[in-house]
Design a protein around this ligand. Sequence first.
Ligand code: HEC
Length: 178
Amino acid sequence: MKTSKTLLSLAVASFLVACGGGGESSTPAAETAQPAAAPATQTAAAPAAAPTTGGPDGAAEYLVCSACHQANGQGLPGAFPPLAGSEVVTGEPSIPIAIILKGLQGELTVKGQKYNGVMASWAQLSDAQIAAILTYERSSWGNAGSAVTAEQVAKVRAATASRTTPWTWAEVSKAKLN
Ligand code: HEC
């Protein structure tokens, strides 16, 4: 438990750093996110960013996740699972949508490695923000998943409305999500 507390404050600290100037700094934040994604994913990231005209920018919105899952999506071994190359992220979209909406806890295997942590709910993000983040994650760092729409997120949000605690992997992988 001590370890996870330390990791949590580490995550919160890097989150605060990521948020930097706060307030009106959403453009500079987006610029800082760009160089990290660019080298690995130049071809994959571009198509994902394009369709979100007028909507939230997935790369910029991803900053709230990168505190733990890291800018390059690699996570931190033993603590935060990777999103790059994750079969969860690129698989059936309703599962990562449900994880973002409610959080996740308990034992989980990603890319052959076991994790046993807690991720809190991000239900405060809008359907469009979650769709943009997932679309970004599914098309970055070598991932090749289809785009996710705000409508898909809205369906999962409605289907899981009564749930108030983070999922376990056993639950979310079998739940009726839409
Ligand atoms: C405070 C740290 C933290 C933040 C911030 C965070 N996560 Fe997580 N995330 C975790 C942990 C820890 C797990 C594994 C939980 C477990 O072991 O059951 C996880 C698991 C996941 C998983 C399933 C496993 C995988 O690697 O594919 C996805 C998908 C995911 N997170 C997406 C996100 C997204 C999207 C965001 C931003 C909206 C986010 N996370 C923000 C800590 C975090």
